[in-house]
Write a protein that binds this ligand. Structure first.
Ligand SMILES: Cc1ncc(COP(=O)(O)O)c(C=O)c1O
Length: 365
């Protein structure tokens, strides 16, 4: 049996007619940028996340850039974020002239440890960006409380966590700003690049809306230095079809996770820890094991696709060494990056495939 880590074609084939109709509708409408499907998608996702405002943009990375600019992050400022994540937050903050401050993660949840936050806040801290990694929310109450004490905005990086909940509250409804990515492999993915900023602060939302269109508040009237980051109508039309299914897809991911949990019990691997406060949407189902590379090679030989998110903390990546971190500064991040392995996870995976993955893991051990 061959089990890919992710298979986007199964999903497309299951809804081809609807998607094709949506795309053709845009082609025939002639409204390709920020057209009616973008507006409709913004409304749909504001409702789904409980955010006050949704602003479509060109990618998740752009969503983070727009959010950071809206919070006035610039030269000399500091942005606090996770070292165990995709590169976007660190990349964008540095491009804006800010310094990135990493805090270590909790070894069980892989998310930023709130206990370490206050130690790294300085008068230069301009934004705090927790990442809801793999589909599980960060412990947001302490983040919001500490950030509130210093009046620093919290930007939720929810790129991997659409539909996830914290104490019953959907991600993107907690911080004043939040970011989504619609990269094709995400729980809600388009067929190109796409992203969104969610705003729960009117002023910040207004700013982001202008920033995505070159800082334009009115036709050819610019009050901010912005960027060109608009969501196109074709992607929005695709996302609208898919958004109707995201809750069912997330439920299916949770079902697959239960199969994994049950079948991996008793084996020398650590299955994902789920916090009491979290409704986990399993963007990834990531296990930990001391013999990660050996297991991965074995599974590859059995036709099973896996992935490593992430093999090295951002603080130790060549481009980020000038920040001055060295191995051992963020020990939890260093440790788990050598142990994590993401198993096949997508809503269309069959029970038998997940069971095969588990039996092969059993065979390896
Ligand atoms: C946690 C996180 N943040 C940001 C991004 C950036 O999104 P995009 O690839 O749409 O730019 C991604 C995904 O790629 C991500 O996983």
């Amino acid at each position: 049996m061959r089990v890919p880590q992710i298979d986007l074609m199964r999903q497309y084939k299951s809804m081809k007619d609807e998607i094709d109709r949506g795309v053709l509708g845009v082609l025939e409408s002639g409204q390709f940028i920020l057209g009616p499907p973008v507006k409709e998608l913004e409304q749909t996702l504001a409702e789904l996340t409980g955010a006050d405002q949704a602003i479509g943009c060109a990618s998740g990375t752009d969503a983070i850039e727009l959010a950071l600019i809206a919070c006035d992050v610039g030269a000399g400022d500091e942005v606090i974020t996770s070292p165990f994540s995709f590169v976007s937050v660190a990349e964008v903050a540095i491009k804006l002239g800010a310094k990135v401050i990493f805090t270590d993660i909790d070894k069980q949840t892989f998310n930023m440890d709130p206990a370490q936050l206050e130690d790294v806040i300085t008068p230069k801290t301009k934004a705090i960006v927790p990442v809801h990694l793999y589909g599980q929310t960060t412990d947001m109450d302490p983040f919001m409380e500490i950030a509130g004490k210093y009046s620093i905005p919290v930007i939720e990086d929810a790129a991997q966590a659409i539909g996830a909940k914290y104490k019953g509250r959907p991600v993107c409804s907690i911080g004043p700003l939040a970011c989504l990515s619609f990269y094709p492999t995400k729980n809600l993915g388009c067929y190109g690049d796409g992203g969104m900023v969610l705003a729960n602060d009117k002023e910040l939302g207004k700013k982001v809306e202008a920033l995505r269109k070159h800082g334009q508040i009115d036709k050819y009237k610019y009050n901010l230095i912005g960027l060109n980051s608009r969501l196109d109508s074709v992607q929005a039309a695709i996302l609208l079809v898919k958004a109707a299914k995201i809750e069912a897809w997330n439920e299916r991911r949770r079902e697959v996770a239960s199969i994994y949990n049950e079948r991996l019990a008793g084996l020398p691997v650590e299955v994902p820890f789920v916090s009491d406060f979290a409704y986990h949407v399993y963007h990834q189902y990531t296990i930990k094991t001391g013999n990660r590379d050996g297991l991965r090679d074995f599974l590859t030989g059995k036709g099973i696709g896996t992935a490593i998110h992430y093999p090295l903390g951002l603080h130790l990546q060549d481009a980020y060494l000038p920040l001055g971190y060295k191995k051992g500064d963020l020990p939890n991040c260093d440790e788990v990056s050598g142990q994590v392995l993401s198993l096949p996870m997508f809503p269309e995976i069959e029970d038998a495939e997940a069971e095969y993955v588990c039996s092969m893991i059993g065979e390896f051990f």
